[in-house]
Write a protein that binds this ligand. Structure first.
Ligand SMILES: C[S@@+](CC[C@H](N)C(=O)[O-])C[C@H]1O[C@@H](n2cnc3c(N)ncnc32)[C@H](O)[C@@H]1O
Length: 264
């Protein structure tokens, strides 16, 4: 999980910069206090600290391991003094946050809300943590990105389409209603269509594709035809010449959606 999230942040750095740039236009001058819900190893916290040089970021996650990775990243990027971490289960009362951290000018929740047991309660608590006029940015990725060309040279063309059809069984996330019911004014629903080739992503693209496709492979055993499973296994085998690890024809294609909502 940590590796996937860190590679995601590295490969999609330009998208993160675009999104935080949009927030800079919407949130108003220099947010001082930022809350990152379900921060993981800190892709959002680091991008926000970079975008808002005067801000102090509070990163909250249930995983001590991921928060430790975040602290290391923050130190490596010279922003450790502006990012503090809170280990907490956000399904439980937010006492560690309410004690002395807020209210916040900006709350960020990326690929997180679908993890909580009660999204409506989570939005209500987030509302209480925002100052009036403050902004929440809720992002979800539609599904794993696509990476492969139509014809990989392994098995029949269209392998990745069939893999996605077989494993992408969840309906899209819909947070407009729950945000509005928590009291937010939903100002914008912004899709980001991300299309980057290896010249735009840098060298981490192959490793990111490998980790994502291996993860999908683990869900595919009972739902993909045997020929396709064999082709996918060959692509994941780093010793093979056409393997994902060695290819130069990968790109990353994905859609992420951000809800921007304000506490009136
Ligand atoms: C898919 S990751 C997203 C991480 C990060 N926001 C990002 O965009 O890279 C979801 C994160 O939510 C955290 N998480 C899941 N359930 C949680 C809970 N109940 N309380 C706090 N964190 C939780 C996980 O530990 C994980 O770091």
């Amino acid at each position: 999980m940590a590796r996937l999230l860190e590679l995601d942040a590295e490969v999609l750095a330009s998208y993160l910069a675009e999104l935080t740039g949009l927030l800079a236009q919407r949130v108003g001058p220099g947010p001082a206090r930022v809350l990152d819900l379900g921060s993981g190893p800190g892709a959002g916290s680091l991008a926000l600290a970079r975008q808002f040089p005067a801000a102090r970021v509070t990163a909250v996650d249930i995983s001590a391991h991921l928060l430790h990775r975040l602290q290391k990243q923050a130190a490596a990027h010279g922003v450790a003094d502006r990012i503090s971490t809170v280990e907490a289960n956000l399904d439980e009362p937010w006492t560690k946050i309410t004690e002395n951290k807020g209210p916040f000018d900006l709350i960020w929740a990326a690929s997180f809300i679908h993890h909580v047991s009660d999204p409506a309660r989570t939005f209500t608590r987030a509302f209480e943590q925002l100052r009036p006029g403050g902004l929440i940015a809720v992002t979800e990725m539609d599904f794993f990105p696509r990476f492969l060309p139509e014809d990989t040279g392994a098995g029949e063309p269209g392998l990745e389409d069939r893999l996605h059809q077989a494993t992408n069984t969840q309906p899209p996330h819909q947070w407009t209603g729950p945000l509005a019911r928590a009291g937010f004014v939903v100002e914008e629903l912004r899709p980001f269509e991300i299309r980057l080739d290896s010249t735009q992503t840098g060298p981490a693209l192959n490793a990111y594709a490998q980790v994502c496709l291996a993860k999908l492979r683990s869900h595919a055993t009972d739902v993909l035809e045997a020929d396709d499973l064999a082709a996918l296994d060959a692509l994941l085998d780093e010793t093979q010449p056409q393997s994902i690890a060695r290819r130069s024809d990968l790109s990353v294609r994905t859609t992420r959606t951000t809800w921007l909502a304000r506490r009136p």
